[in-house]
Write a protein that binds this ligand. Structure first.
Ligand code: SF4
Ligand code: SF4
Length: 686
């Protein structure tokens, strides 16, 4: 291999060996970077605790899947593919960047493992990577500047547009790619014939071709200039990252490693404090920035500002005053302002509600989980929103419309304040030949059907309870319901921040469930299922009735007769707490598809884990946020566009919201909605 005719480590600059400058740049760069990171760590060190070191193998798997394999990026095809190109380009070029830094003061330095044949292979890869990254960066810049997707917009009241920052950073990345290629290309041009050549049609190859025949002294100057530009840009870029949305380049790996491992659950009020110790907690929830956990602060630093969460957020879609992306961005701006890189941290502790968030903004969330499902770097919103609500409830900031149902829940165990003794009245309409056993009468069974409030008391939803009972009976399931001692599961009470009321409901239900002696619980309400599975402790296995139906169909216990009217087209709406939060997507579809003559279509792009929330359950029924349109109306429109006349769901709240939405949209008689159990019950073979 010919000897390099020049090298930054042997070059002279202004009469001095350049290598001293090339030692100083990384020293200063790394010192600045360490200082900046140390300052950015300050709020995290003052934050609430959050133990995140359990289940390490699962965490490593998530890093490999979400971070290394960029699993969620292709959900937005163009942006995702471009991001993947830049990400892998960066990974490949990281070794080259380190090598280049050391080449400034060690002549001919080669990173261990990158010499010989391996080095040849690596050089091909890095030439392709730098070219591909440059092409991706140009496309991203043109897209940002001229064809910006709506999800990148920043409403005036929420701050300034982030386009200039994004373009500047893309410019820096392009500079890194061009300077590295010019550095390499000028060297190869000087080595001339016999030297190894750059990879065909890459940027380095282009530089080599353009510069062949140029005098060696000129090439040496160009090589040195390219080196200086690359070195300065590299360390400037490194130190710039923690100042804005590109901090994710550093933090996303850690954020994914520490992300939540479970869906459906809610963080405890304070990590390390048991439910029994809650009486001793002086202040509930998040009221000031420092009340957030360190992981939630890391989330704020890690937000890519890609807008995917808000793009899928139903509250944002119907113009409620909530866009999850800005929950992160406003908090990050707050952190940067109150914990500056230079100067003292501010300790004025601005209240978050009224300071950076509004009450309506925080009450607008249905906890549907669409934002978390979409976020490519594992940022969490539900726990933060619940914690902010806990803080508001603790300070007496409860919306007027929620006060009455909350008080009724406390007194009577249901949000309508109906009498406990009427809880099992629905059983009277089950029909002949179906016997419903009651724990309140001292009866027990292997299976407990936990009915929950809306299905017990609402006239329309009682039909779901009756259909469920008939299906259980038909499937030869020995079941019991609790009756007057059953309380609301408290699912939404907890998610609305009323932790102590939730604890009381949980205790009463736990006692009643134990009295049933059941070894399995069946529910028709996914909220109840989620509470019993994820909020309660020591419960028997909890099954949604759709899973039970799918099993019974498979084992031949349930058989269906053909649909009387097969001219209609059906679609299935995934309830958030059955699908996204608990991963049950197939069982309801299997049950529907077993009905002879039934034609089902998917709401493509808006089904399964991308299902659009109907408007929320539980206490959301009592809260009327400011909005331009009902979520249910958007959902009905999505079903209509998919070509469906009948929407089948598997949740009493979805049924309520969609039924209302059909009326609001003026589609009565054209569209209808059914619960899965109603559909199945009507098709059971005698
Ligand atoms: S949980 Fe749903 S409603 Fe709440 S912020 Fe996320 S996407 Fe929006
Ligand atoms: S929270 Fe996640 S999805 Fe939302 S803007 Fe930030 S990075 Fe994107």
């Amino acid at each position: 291999m010919p000897h390099d005719p020049f090298s930054p480590a042997t070059a002279m600059l202004a009469g001095m060996p350049a290598k001293y400058l090339f030692m100083l740049i990384p020293l200063l760069g790394l010192a600045c970077f360490a200082w900046i990171i140390a300052r950015r760590m300050v709020p995290l060190l003052r934050a609430a605790p959050d133990p995140r070191l359990e289940r390490i193998p699962e965490r490593i798997f998530l890093v490999l899947k979400l971070w290394l394999a960029q699993w969620r990026q292709p959900r937005y095809v163009l942006a995702g593919m471009l991001h993947i190109v830049v990400f892998f380009g960066f990974l490949i070029l990281a070794a080259r960047s380190i090598q280049m830094v050391v080449l400034g003061f060690v002549d001919g330095f080669v990173l261990p493992g990158l010499g010989g044949a391996l080095g040849e292979v690596y050089n091909v890869k890095k030439d392709i990577a730098s070219t591909a990254v440059l092409v991706a960066v140009v496309i991203l810049a043109v897209r940002r500047a001229f064809f910006k997707p709506a999800r990148y917009e920043v409403p005036e009241k929420l701050g300034k547009d982030h386009t200039p920052e994004a373009l500047f950073v893309l410019g820096l990345i392009a500079t890194l790619m061009i300077s590295e290629s010019a550095f390499e290309g000028s060297l190869l041009a000087a080595q001339g014939e016999g030297a190894s050549s750059a990879t065909f049609l890459t940027l380095t190859w282009l530089f080599e071709r353009m510069l062949s025949g140029v005098q060696v002294s000129t090439l040496a100057g160009m090589n040195l200039a390219a080196y200086v530009i690359h070195d300065l840009t590299f360390f400037f870029f490194l130190c710039l990252l923690p100042f804005g949305k590109h901090f994710h380049v550093i933090t996303s790996l850690f954020n994914v490693f520490f992300m939540r491992l479970q869906t459906g659950n809610i963080k405890p009020v304070v990590h390390g404090i048991s439910d029994a110790q809650l009486d001793d907690v002086k202040s509930f929830g998040v009221k000031k920035f420092e009340d957030f956990t360190w992981k939630h602060m890391l989330d704020f630093y890690s937000c890519v500002d890609c807008g995917r969460c808000s793009d899928r957020c139903p509250a944002n879609a119907v113009k409620r005053p909530l866009s999850p992306r800005f929950i992160s961005i406003k908090a990050r701006d707050y952190a940067f302002e109150h914990y500056p890189i230079l100067g003292k941290s501010k300790t004025d502790h601005v209240p978050l509600i009224g300071g950076i968030y509004s009450e309506d903004e925080i009450w607008s969330c249905t906890t549907c989980g669409a934002c978390e499902e979409e976020c490519p770097v594992g940022i969490e919103y539900i726990d933060k929103i619940v914690d902010l609500r806990r803080g508001m409830v603790d300070d007496g900031m409860v919306p007027q419309s929620l006060q009455k149902p909350l008080s009724a829940l406390e007194k009577r165990g249901n949000p309508w304040g109906k009498l406990e003794k009427k809880r099992a009245e629905w059983t009277a309409g089950v029909g002949e030949g179906v016997q419903v056993k009651l724990v309140e009468k001292g009866e027990t069974a292997e299976t407990l059907y936990f009915v929950d409030s809306i299905t017990s008391y609402d006239d329309r939803m009682q039909k779901i309870a009756q259909a469920t009972a008939r299906i259980l009976n038909k499937g030869n399931v020995d079941f019991v319901v609790i009756g007057k001692d059953e309380k609301d599961s408290g699912h939404d009470v907890r998610r609305f921040g009323e932790e102590m009321l939730f604890q009381s409901l949980k205790e009463q239900n736990t006692e009643a469930i134990k009295a049933s002696e059941a070894r399995r619980i069946v529910v028709n309400d996914p909220h109840a299922m989620n509470a019993l599975r994820n909020d309660y402790a020591d419960m028997p296995p909890v099954q949604h009735v759709s899973e039970l139906i799918a099993d019974a169909v498979e084992s031949g216990k349930l058989k269906f007769k053909p649909l009387a009217n097969s001219s209609k087209t059906y679609t299935y709406h995934d309830p958030c707490y059955l699908g996204r939060h608990n991963g049950t997507y197939d069982a309801p579809r299997q049950a529907i598809d077993c009905i002879p003559g039934l034609k089902r279509v998917e709401m493509e792009g808006n089904c399964r884990d991308r299902s659009f929330c109907c408007g929320g359950g539980g206490l959301m029924l009592f809260y009327e946020p400011e909005e331009e349109q009902r979520m249910g109306v958007v959902r009905v429109e999505q079903a209509r566009q998919a070509g469906a006349d009948v929407i089948v769901t598997a949740c009493p709240y979805c049924l309520t919201n969609i039924e209302d939405a059909i009326k609001v949209a003026g589609l009565e008689g054209k569209m209808e909605v059914l619960d899965l159990v109603e559909l199945v019950d009507g098709q059971l073979q005698d």
